[in-house]
Design a protein around this ligand. Structure first.
Ligand SMILES: Cc1ncc(COP(=O)(O)O)c(C=O)c1O
Length: 246
């Protein structure tokens, strides 16, 4: 997303709001570069949009970027969830809401989840204060970096996007495949990947791509054998991949 394409869309259609994951988009892993963020915010404000910024993954990166929300603080809701970078079980997120939206935001929480679990919030607070969060983040980044290198090595003949401490990669498939077909083929072989079709919205055509999680599998050995199987299926193509065995 950049300012010019946002402007074009807003001139064509009635748009009220914008949902962005600029820190690392799920599933493409795209990050909006800092130089584009101010222009994007300016265009969003020009068209009277409210921004919902989902910063679920940015804590898993080494680089720190200025949130798009900080360029339009009165018209944006910034959400930094702890699920991805720390622990999904905490059900805790930090949210910055401008004053005029506070009441409706609290009502939305009340009408959906009632409240954030108070004990969990207290655990998150203590873990932030005593350094546990920093340690967990560091360990996760170290493990993710090793797993990312594994993917780089095994899938070196193929093209994928990702960041070196990220939890997943976005693999572009040779044209003979669709995301869905590849996902089905891999499932038959016991490997779960998500085809682009799972992520497309409305009538948008799905690119030939799949998201591969690097963090779901328990250990590096299992990850390596899954990635090797993916490589073999890619090497053999849809016609011949039936010869692949576990
Ligand atoms: C796009 C996106 N944002 C945020 C989250 C985190 O949500 P929660 O904080 O409710 O676990 C998820 C979880 O799957 C997600 O897919």
């Amino acid at each position: 997303m950049d300012a010019a394409s946002l402007d074009r869309i807003c001139r064509r259609q009635k748009v009220k709001g914008l949902y962005l994951m600029p820190g690392m988009q799920n599933p493409t892993t795209i990050c909006i570069p800092e130089r584009r963020r101010a222009a994007l915010a300016k265009t969003a404000e020009h068209h009277g949009l409210i921004l919902i910024e989902d910063d679920a993954y940015s804590l898993s990166r080494d680089e720190i970027f200025e949130p798009v929300s900080s360029f339009m603080p009165e018209n944006s809701i910034y959400i930094a969830g702890m699920s991805k970078a720390l622990a999904a079980g905490l059900r805790t997120a930090f949210v910055r809401v401008p004053h005029r939206y506070r009441h409706s935001f609290c009502e939305a929480v009340l009408n959906t989840i009632w409240m954030a679990p108070p004990l969990n919030v207290e655990i998150a607070r203590r873990w932030i204060k005593d350094g546990t969060v920093d340690r967990v983040l560091l360990r996760k980044k170290e493990e993710s970096a090793v797993r990312f290198q594994l993917a780089e090595k095994i899938l070196q003949d193929y093209s994928f996007a990702g960041v070196k401490t990220g939890f997943f990669i976005w693999l572009s498939l040779p044209e003979v495949w669709s995301g869905l077909l590849f996902e089905q083929r891999m499932r038959e072989l016991g490997v779960n990947v998500f085809g682009a079709e799972k992520f497309t919205v409305g009538d948008a055509p799905a690119p030939a791509a799949v998201r591969i999680s690097l963090s779901c599998v328990k250990n590096r050995a299992d990850l390596a054998s899954g990635l090797q199987l993916i490589k073999r299926v890619l090497d053999e193509g849809p016609q011949n991949s039936f010869s692949v065995t576990m």
